[in-house]
Design a protein. Sequence first.
Length: 311
Amino acid sequence: MKDFIPNNTLRKTVFIVLAVLCLTPWISSPIALTAGFVVAVLIGNPFEKHLHQYIHLLLQVSIVGLGFGLRLDEALQAGKSGFLLTVMSIITVMVLGYVLGRVFKLEKKLSYLISAGTAICGGSAIAAVSPIIKPDTKEISLGLAIVFTLNSVALFIYPAIGHLLHLSQEQFGLWCAIGIHDTSSVVGAAGKYGYEALKTATTVKLARALWIIPVSAITMLIFKNKKSGVKVPWFIGWFILAILLNTYLPVFGHISSTVTSLARSGLNLTLFFIGSTLSVQVLKTIGMKPLAMAVILWIVISVGSLLYIMY
């Protein structure tokens, strides 16, 4: 399929044009992700070797930009409403993940990667615990492939279910933050649903991401590795600073709408880049047992958190 456009210069041109289009208001988050995947399948990603290091940076910068659209009281209220559900969901997923790993007879490290990615924040959590449990490269790649695949599905079905059930903006934002693995897909799905949903989802998800720290510490005890350091998501501090600046310095109020608009465009571009790293070859590496475990965990957390939020 990559011979669809054999000329490498032309492939790069097509990729760059689509990337620029993802920065415009005409391209939504699901379309950006789909466009990236279509590019990967039809012509291949001409920048794949260099793109991975920029995806997380772009995501972090965009999230910090969203902080300028939040006020402190809104952030505290959102964080408060999601705290108990966050704790319950993390404990449930980690315990159920251990049980399913034994049932499916998966490698302990692989099942732990999938559980951590589902429980906290997808690829970021996998990246955080990997240096501690020291899985092989194939296990890391497999865990990431599963998480990103389910994220892609969530980006489409969550907004549809939200509209079907007539969830409020706040309810949907909270559900996204709990039920979807990766931060990029959380903000993508919530942003498609509405701006209030986006604010709630971003705040709760980043508060959830801080659980990487205690989970990493517990991981050291489980795998008896006290030499590895804990990878702290420092960009969350910049997000909090952006909220404080927007709340207490009126000058930032005049530019907040512009900054948040640019941040949402950056998130769309991030999703395009993520989609372009997926391919049929990557999807073929996913085994049925690891995928079954991940899907069960995802369904449990999605349905359970939705019922909690609604009732």
